[in-house]
Design a protein around this ligand. Structure first.
Ligand code: FES
Length: 276
């Protein structure tokens, strides 16, 4: 009977442990933000105005045109991305509300998406948003030296923005370019095979307003190599991908197809395909 009473007794709440506190306030839990909750600031409060420009409303129509009229909410991610680009790389509350209005859902549906995906920044970012990969392959190849170089050159720490609003630094987890570690993502672009020296050069070029152009494959190894080719050049994968069951006739219908052949999608033109 005592055991039964014990089972029925409301369970006392466990005191918050340092671990649970740190999880709730960690960057990982908040998707790279200091907190997952919105805090009013001078430039991000209930009075802040945001609306798409006339030009971007054409892109909004373009995006929504890809989905059935009764599934407008399918456009939340591309529209948040568009709003973020229009707003200089971050999303104030007003921008999320605007997207909710456009796709005709309650604002909470849009907040849920914006707080889940780390590609959406809910705090102001510098013109060059540096996401430095600190995961194991990059770490063993020197990402900590790269991070120290950035901090020394810019006078900021992880998560901070320079006073002139030019750079924000954020250490993140694997960005999927481990073969060319260590690397950083700066805005949309990947700079790979970095050394402290090339990192300094990259920062200088950005400060001068001339960030280097991406290579053909949408990234730039800073040691001069092509894509993921090592010092010996290309040693494997000489053929195009195997032909799956007649899906993409433009790429796969032709047995002679090679990457980069006419009709294939050039990774460097993805933005164009995404209507940016
Ligand atoms: S570990 Fe750095 S890109 Fe994967």
């Amino acid at each position: 009977m005592a055991a039964l009473r014990a089972m029925l007794r409301p369970r006392a709440l466990a005191p918050a442990t340092p671990l649970s506190r740190s999880l709730h306030s960690s960057r990982a839990a908040a998707g790279g933000h200091a907190t997952s909750q919105h805090q009013h600031t001078d430039d991000n409060n209930s009075q802040t105005f945001f609306d798409f420009t006339e030009e971007n409303y054409k892109l909004v129509e373009n995006v929504l045109g890809k989905y059935p009229g009764n599934y407008k909410q399918a456009g939340i991610i591309p529209l948040l991305d568009l709003a973020q680009r229009q707003n200089g790389g971050w999303l104030p509350l007003a921008a999320m509300d605007c997207v909710a209005k456009v796709v005709e859902v309650p604002p909470m549906r849009v907040y849920e998406v914006a707080t889940f995906y780390t590609m959406f920044n809910r705090e102001k970012r510098g013109k060059y948003f540096i996401q430095l990969c600190g995961t194991t392959p990059c770490m063993v190849c020197g990402s900590e030296d790269i991070k120290q170089t950035i901090m020394d050159e810019l006078g900021i720490h992880d998560g901070e923005t320079t006073k002139d609003g030019l750079f924000t630094l954020l250490e993140v987890e694997c960005l999927g370019a481990c073969a060319n570690a260590p690397m950083v993502q700066m805005n949309d672009d990947y700079y790979e095979c970095l050394t402290p020296k090339t990192m300094k050069e990259l920062l200088k070029l950005c400060t001068d307003g001339n960030p280097p152009e991406m290579g053909k494959w949408g990234s730039l190894p800073m040691n001069g190599q092509i894509s993921c080719e090592g010092p010996q050049g290309k040693t494997s994968l000489f053929d195009g991908p195997p032909k799956p069951a007649a899906l993409r006739t433009d790429m796969f219908g032709d047995p002679e197809w090679k990457p980069g052949a006419e009709g294939s999608v050039d990774p460097a033109s993805v933005k164009e395909h995404m209507c940016y």
